[in-house]
Design a protein around this ligand. Structure first.
Ligand SMILES: [Zn+2]
Length: 860
């Protein structure tokens, strides 16, 4: 028997749960009555519990016989076992448990969050985070997604506080010095979706969407930051009811900002919790990027109310059904809400991030067997979210949006209040489309990696070939490698969309590339072929020299997403050693007139990576190359926003200023940034909110030590979550050793919240001037960090080792992880190490060529 899976001999159907948290002693007491069904006459009941003390347990069976049970807990499997003297009679029974626990500071289970109120006084609140497997830290339960039940929650709290849970409050009654807040019965749902929040909370007025009141909650003093999140919450709720063709499944919908929160947000039914940056924002003072983040996360969580909450994956191997769908739906909803944001073009950046990891030998299929809870945690990555959403988008475009939507409606309707698997979704989409969905999709979901599609013209024919794309020829050799895995079929059913141009006329064609190679005749006079037309495909394209020349000659005719993919694919094949770096650098010179923010994201991102792997002597030349590529675009845009300009152009201006002032080390830009920043903070000149974050970053990078103290004060006194983040990350940009040391100390001395500290260290590990010092600090303080940070903290932080792109540092990284035997679950560590190898291999292969290229004055 799998020690991590509960037997189905006794199953729950309803929890009457009463919890009494005490925010002064940081403890809670609980009583629960669980309605159970006994399927076999057993003497044992298994459930999940950890870090709880069970004081009393009584079981009543179908014959009404009441027995006291002895409870034992196993820390390794996180399971509890109740034993009774006489076998339980099959049928409906009841379990009554009394237990105790602690409001921990690890941001999981039932935990405490500490913040300062508007007068500067420290306050405590309590919140929950249960996904994947931490409900068992708050109450004994069958903590697997398939054990769905009704939850009837009562929270007994200090009368001065407010309690929020998944459903509406049905009564509040005084009990001595406390008040008991009773909530309505929930729908039948999984344990990981239960939530309680207790504290001094403020809410907006509700906005009704049909019968559903929608509110935003926060700690006192921050309600003025709720309007934007509230607006997208309402808009996306309407969008999803319409799209899914099913009403919202709960009785109310609350969005809560929690000052300490490990993830971005959590889709608890009716009580969605967020870190503050993902929900609260001052619309008039925020950049496009900051606003888009709020819109994305709110829409994403809202999409889960159906995908995940109403219909839930049977087990954690199917987590992509939740997350990929919510990510895909988030794009649809935000795109419908603000079409001018061109959300699907920006999604190219997310797709690119997934392709980076999925181009490793150490990638994994989207759906993957999961046993231990730690393995479930490792599933929350770009493959589940971004690759998953990408292949859904590809399928949607292939089937047609209306057919796809009909399939989704069928799936949700058939499985509502229940659980489902990937096969159920394929079946529903198959019914809607009449197509063999598994044949097309299984390669994308159950096999690792993706294809590189090569396009060439041979004897008047277009030839398309596919092979698996990997950065390295062979898997990484490292100490943790197990037996070589089964070789995976390197062939996919690739829905390829082509745009053929002949005599000034464009035609779009679809080809299903299912073999290693397909050939099709070209129409007469065809002078250009764009592969992956519209940019939705999850594959890379490599044109032969002749085709590439033709595509480049018509660059302005390409859509923004197609230009993005062109650069992104070229950069990837360069990293893989399939294209000389000098060719790539020549290519970037053709984008000086580029005006799309996302295309610039990949251009700047590739230059930033070159800066990390360049030898010190090549760096000044590389800085000059950055100035050469970026300056024309900023000159054309100017420093000041123009009235008729759209939001994306304004964001681009900020991105270009940041790139020039940091990566380009442009003194004039640094001086101008400092002047404008000072004028702004003195209350004089207004600065566009898209530019202000860039000014802060550039001023920090220029590195006057007095600025460090100033920025630290501004971090502490920030009045919005976004302002706090800007100044926090600015602290990482100062180059002085003593300032780097100060920032590092602040990641473990309590000054930087543990929800942020791992990301700050990650940034330092990826920053040229700080990385060696940061790595040395990490190796010394690892145990402290592991103790202080939330569960995924050190895993997130360790991603920074991919920035240590020097052979001696790479060796040190291997030594450290090998000696310490550190594991993150899944293939996470192996992926970091392979990414590091890709970068160091590039440095070894192309370092000299890079130095020579940037040293040649005319070449730039
Ligand atoms: Zn999600």
């Amino acid at each position: 028997m799998d020690p991590y899976r509960l037997p189905r001999t006794v199953v729950p159907s309803r929890y009457d749960l009463r919890l009494e948290p005490d925010l002064s002693t940081l403890t809670f007491r609980g009583v629960e009555t669980v309605a159970i069904t006994v399927h076999e006459p057993v003497r044992e009941i298994f459930f999940n519990a950890i870090e709880l003390a069970i004081d009393e347990a009584v079981v009543v069976d179908a014959r009404g016989r009441e027995q006291r049970a002895t409870a034992t807990l196993d820390e390794t499997t996180e399971r509890g076992r109740l034993e009774v003297a006489e076998p339980l009679a099959p049928g409906a029974g009841q379990l009554r448990l009394t237990f105790r626990g602690t409001l921990n500071d690890k941001l999981r289970g039932f935990y405490r969050s500490v913040y300062k109120d508007p007068t500067g006084v420290s306050r405590t609140m309590a919140a929950t985070q249960f996904e994947a497997t931490d409900a068992r830290r708050a109450f004994p339960c069958w903590d697997e997604p398939a054990f769905k039940a009704v939850f009837a929650v009562t929270l007994v709290i200090d009368p001065a506080l407010t309690a929020v849970s998944n459903t509406c409050v049905v009564s509040e009654t005084r009990e001595g010095a406390r008040k008991a807040v009773r909530f309505a019965d929930s729908i039948v749902m999984s344990t990981y979706l239960v939530a309680f929040v207790v504290g001094e909370l403020e809410a907006t007025d509700p906005i009704a969407v049909g019968p559903t009141p929608v509110r935003v909650w926060c700690v006192p003093g921050k309600r003025r930051l709720a309007a934007f999140g509230h607006e997208i919450a309402v808009a996306s709720l309407k969008f999803f009811e319409e799209y899914y063709g099913l009403p919202y499944p709960g009785d109310k919908l609350d969005f809560l900002a929690i000052p300490d929160f490990a993830a971005g947000a959590m889709e608890n039914l009716g009580a969605i919790t967020f870190r503050e940056t993902a929900l609260l924002v001052d619309e008039s003072a925020a950049s496009h990027a900051e606003l888009q983040r709020v819109a994305d996360v709110v829409a994403h969580e809202n999409a889960h109310m159906w995908f995940g909450d109403l219909v839930t994956m049977t087990w954690w191997n199917g987590i992509w059904l939740n997350e990929a769908f919510a990510t895909f739906m988030e794009m649809l909803a935000v795109d419908a809400w603000k079409p001018q944001w061109q959300r699907w073009v920006a999604f190219g950046v997310s797709r690119g991030a997934a392709m980076s990891v999925d181009g490793l030998h150490s990638t994994r299929p989207i759906e993957f067997p999961v046993t231990a809870p730690r393995e479930a945690d490792a599933m929350f990555d770009v493959l589940t979210y971004e690759k998953g959403a990408s292949v859904l988008r590809m399928l949607e475009q292939y089937l047609g949006p209306e057919t796809f939507r009909a399939g989704v409606h069928g799936y949700l309707t058939a499985h509502r209040f229940g659980n489902a698997d990937t096969g159920d979704l394929w079946a529903a989409l198959g019914r809607a489309s009449g197509q063999p969905i598994p044949a097309v999709m299984d390669g994308w979901i159950f096999a690792p990696g993706y294809p590189l599609v090569s396009a060439a013209i041979e004897r008047g024919e277009l030839v398309l070939r596919q092979q698996r794309f990997t950065y390295l020829r062979e898997p990484l050799r490292w100490w943790g490698a197990g037996a070589a895995g089964a070789s995976t079929p390197a062939r996919w059913q690739v829905p390829v969309q082509l745009r053929l141009s002949a005599g000034g006329r464009d035609t779009v064609e679809r080809v299903l590339l299912s073999e290693a190679e397909v050939r099709r005749p070209l129409p007469a006079g065809c002078d250009s072929v764009v592969v992956n037309e519209g940019g939705h495909g999850f594959y890379r394209v490599r044109y032969d020299a002749e085709l590439l020349g033709r595509v480049l000659s018509r660059l302005p005719a390409l859509a923004a997403i197609e230009r993005y993919n062109l650069v992104n694919d070229a950069w990837a094949v360069t990293l893989a050693g399939l294209m000389p770096l000098t060719d790539y650098l020549d290519l970037t010179a053709r984008f000086r007139d580029e005006r799309d923010k996302n295309v610039w994201t990949i251009l700047i991102g590739s230059l930033a990576m070159l800066n990390r792997l360049a030898t010190p002597d090549a760096r000044p030349g590389l800085e000059a190359l950055v100035r050469d590529r970026v300056t024309p675009a900023l000159t054309a845009l100017g420093w000041d926003a123009r009235t008729a300009e759209d939001e994306l152009t304004r964001q681009l201006r900020g991105d270009l200023i940041r790139a020039l002032g940091t990566l380009g080390n442009d003194r004039r830009v640094q001086t101008e940034a400092a002047t404008r920043y000072d004028a702004h903070v003195r209350g004089g000149a207004a600065v566009d909110p898209n530019v202000l974050p860039a000014l802060i970053a550039v001023v920090a990078h220029a590195g006057e030590p007095a600025r460090y103290t100033e920025f630290l004060e501004r971090f502490r006194a920030a009045t919005t979550p976004q302002e706090e983040q800007r100044y926090l990350y600015a602290l990482t940009a100062f180059p002085q050793r003593d300032l780097v040391a100060q920032t590092l100390d602040r990641t473990i001395n309590g000054e930087i919240r543990t929800q942020d500290a791992p990301f700050v260290v990650r940034t330092l590990l990826m920053t040229v001037h700080a990385r060696e010092q940061a790595w040395e600090f990490v190796t010394r303080q690892w145990d402290t960090m592991d103790r202080l940070y939330p569960k995924h903290g050190t895993r997130r932080m360790a991603e920074g080792v991919t920035g240590l792109m020097m052979p001696e540092l790479e060796a040190a990284v291997h030594r450290f992880f090998q000696e310490r035997r550190i594991e993150f679950g899944g293939k996470v560590l192996e992926q970091y190490l392979e990414q590091l190898r890709v970068a160091v291999a590039m440095r070894e292969r192309e370092g000299a060529a890079l130095a020579a290229y940037v040293a040649r004055p005319g070449a730039r």
